[in-house]
Design a protein around this ligand. Sequence first.
Ligand code: SAH
Length: 231
Amino acid sequence: MRIDILRVLPELLEGPLGHSIVKRAREKGTVEIFIHNLRDFSTDKHRRVDDYPFGGEAGMVMCIEPIERALDHLQSKRSYDEVIFTTPDGLTYNQQEANRLSTLENIIILCGHYKGVDQRVRDHLVTREISIGDYVLSGGELAAAVIADSIVRVLPGSISDETSALSDSFQDNLLSPPVYTRPAEYKGWGVPPVLLSGHKARIEEWRHEQALEKTRMRRPDLLDRLEESED
Ligand code: SAH
């Protein structure tokens, strides 16, 4: 899979996408991630990519031209399955969307900045608009890092124990059951005895019950989704 990210601020993405699982996946070639500077596609002598909004509002707006030039440059080389714009008024991101995106071959993620982008970018150049939650960030870089990281995590080969990503929270609309490690007893706080029993089937059953119980308490909305998908 190939992910191209268009952004104006250098550095903000290199860090989050240069460590741990994502770093290893990039090294192994499970995923290719390219980060581009939109300023490189500006024809302005000061490499500007924003301008004042029509109508006299406060703040700056990202111009359509450098964005279209950047997209044209990428799209002339290969076809892309999605051009995603990160924006607080987009569809709220979740695990199902991360799973779906992980099945695609090439995607572009466009990071907004300032007050956002000229609406014509959204109307004509973008295929999907994603929000990572109901709050406003200063720029789309962190949102792009969140989206890319969550995609890479579920790509086959990213995690050595492949079942591990599948047992994460939200896969199957359930929260993940509690986990424990050594020591089995700490300050008198024990570990559920079933986990020490070595009885695989019973452990599995316990985990499922715990996941259900936690989801019922914390996120009953997920269970409604589970029932809908079973109907
Ligand atoms: N004026 C805009 C917010 C601009 S924030 C509004 O009220 O909707 C600047 C940029 O940060 C956005 O263009 C977007 O790319 C990014 N951003 C901010 N919050 C985000 C969120 N919750 N999810 C995804 N991207 C976000």
